[in-house]
Design a protein around this ligand. Structure first.
Ligand code: FAD
Length: 460
């Protein structure tokens, strides 16, 4: 076992966008930072990779693929670091399938809800209530800590839709939003989740980065500040234990069966909640129970590289539950901008509801690809035929913890959990489980954790 002693230093665990943001912020505050990441690449659920096709490379997002100008903490970080110049505009349209026809709504114009042929005029009038409820809920919604929403967390999205809206709005708007964002049906997620999606999604244009959204954590790690001797990034470094001792924090990690110990003055644990529960023994029983009980839905999705792009203009087409039980969204990722697919080629991902993915998480790629094509053929036969004719590449991505699907009452549980945490502890937690699963929420929680650690270190 090797032991490394560092002083006035901070260890960050996890190089997702929460961890890379925390690492950047702590370096900016003048601290030595060691970033430990179990995978061979940074970015976690916000990472991208290249896969060769006949006409060139496809750039594939492993998890997140869509970013919004509503993501204020992200935009502010991009502006502060000079990385805003790397943002690229992309399609801001979402399609919703109804009876075989795609109805397109612009993220930029929530008033499209009042114009769309997706809904009848009664439902459009009811949709005004949704916009009013969203305006009323805004003060309770926060990117870095959604526990303020506890007071309005009284029912599921389905109960809310049937009480305040109507059945068509549930079927054609609320349920597809729940499925595309949480991969879970409207009766299994809190109504706060739907208001959060509306808040985070509508009213602003989308953007992306050249080469995929995973460019952002990589760009952060590539900043001159992060390439100094004061930063150490260890990939393939799996952390098993984070404990407090008299000298600060001791982190035990392993690589290729060899164990190492890292010592620092403080630590940011930026991994999904259940993993944090397993590596931080100083958490109370209640905190551990909360974290291990968080419901993350799973995602198994298939991405196809196509010799010819589809003619869909929307970034994604949501497939409501009443249209198909398994398929929930088709992403036309070539609409994320040039460079995702070779010129003229297409990049399309098929995404499924949690139950479909859970049943396939351990199945081999060929079976998953075949099952995905069967599903798309049942509801969008023309797209299935296009994929069949034009396919030149297929890739399967698996996440056993993809996004958090918080049920009704989940924000009240979150409020109890966050109020039990010590903001002056040298071990701070960060991750999307403090808000609703988005890259921007994780980034914001990384900022908060780093601010707390920096305040602690400057006071001691
Ligand atoms: C399929 C999918 C689609 C999504 N779509 C979008 C979208 O379009 N837009 C959007 O904004 N958000 C989207 N999200 C959500 C978003 O990707 C996540 O909420 C966010 O990226 C999570 O960031 P994080 O840093 O909190 O966690 P993660 O990205 O999970 O980072 C945690 C990191 O910690 C590492 N780690 C875990 N355990 C250990 C350990 N013991 N030791 C060392 N390292 C460890 C992991 O390898 C990982 O790199 C999507 C997510 C998925 C899965």
């Amino acid at each position: 076992m090797t032991t490394r002693k560092t002083t006035r230093s901070v260890i960050v665990i996890g190089s997702g966008i929460a961890g890379t943001t925390a690492a950047f912020r702590l370096r900016k505050a003048g601290h030595h930072v060691t970033l430990l990441e179990q995978e061979s690449y940074p970015g976690g659920r916000m990472s991208s990779y290249e896969k060769a096709g006949e006409g060139g490379a496809y750039r594939i997002d492993r998890g997140a693929s869509w970013l919004s100008h509503n993501y204020r903490p992200m935009i502010e970080l991009l502006e502060e670091t000079g990385l805003a110049s790397r943002m690229l505009p992309c399609s801001s349209e979402l399609g919703v399938l109804r009876d075989g026809r795609v109805h397109r709504l612009s993220f930029v114009r929530p008033t499209d809800l009042l114009r769309t042929g997706l809904l009848g005029w009664r439902s459009k009038l009811r949709a005004l209530r949704l916009l009013r409820d969203l305006a009323a809920a805004r003060p309770a919604l926060s990117w870095n800590d959604m526990s303020k929403a506890a007071g309005i967390d009284i029912e599921s999205a389905q109960e809310y839709a049937l009480r305040r809206l109507d059945r068509p709005l549930l079927d054609h708007l609320v349920e597809p939003l729940c499925s595309t964002q949480f991969l879970a049906p409207a009766d299994e997620v809190s109504a706060v989740g739907v208001l959060s999606i509306m808040w985070g999604t509508f009213g602003a244009a989308s953007f992306t980065f050249d080469g995929g959204v995973g460019r952002l954590p990589t760009l952060l790690l590539g900043l001159p500040l992060m390439r100094s001797e004061q930063t150490c990034v260890e990939l393939n470094a799996r952390v098993n234990d984070v404990t407090r001792d008299r000298d600060g924090v001791k982190v035990t990690w392993e690589r290729d069966g060899a164990s190492s110990v890292e010592r620092g003055d403080a630590c940011v644990v930026a991994v999904p909640g259940p993993i944090a529960a397993g590596i931080v023994p100083s958490l109370t029983d209640d905190q551990r129970t909360y974290l291990t009980g968080l419901r993350y839905t799973s995602d198994v999705h298939v991405t196809f590289g196509l010799r010819e792009a589809t003619d869909e203009t929307a970034l994604g087409v949501a497939v409501p539950l009443r249209e198909h039980p398994d398929l929930c969204v088709v992403l036309h990722e070539h609409n994320l901008g040039p460079g995702r697919a070779p010129a003229g080629h297409g990049l399309v991902s098929l995404m499924f509801r949690d139950h479909w993915s859970t049943a396939r998480i351990t199945l081999d790629d060929d079976t998953v690809i075949e099952d995905s094509l069967t599903a798309v053929n049942e509801v969008l036969p023309e797209l299935a035929a296009h994929i069949g004719e034009q396919r030149e590449m297929a890739a399967v991505q698996r996440w056993d913890r993809a996004v958090l699907a918080r049920p009704a009452g989940g924000y009240r549980d979150l409020a109890r959990f966050t109020s039990s945490l010590d903001p002056r502890s040298p071990i701070q937690l960060a991750g999307d489980y403090f808000a609703y699963s988005t890259t921007n929420a994780s980034l914001a929680t990384g900022e908060t954790a780093a601010q707390r650690v920096a305040a602690l270190l400057s006071a001691s």
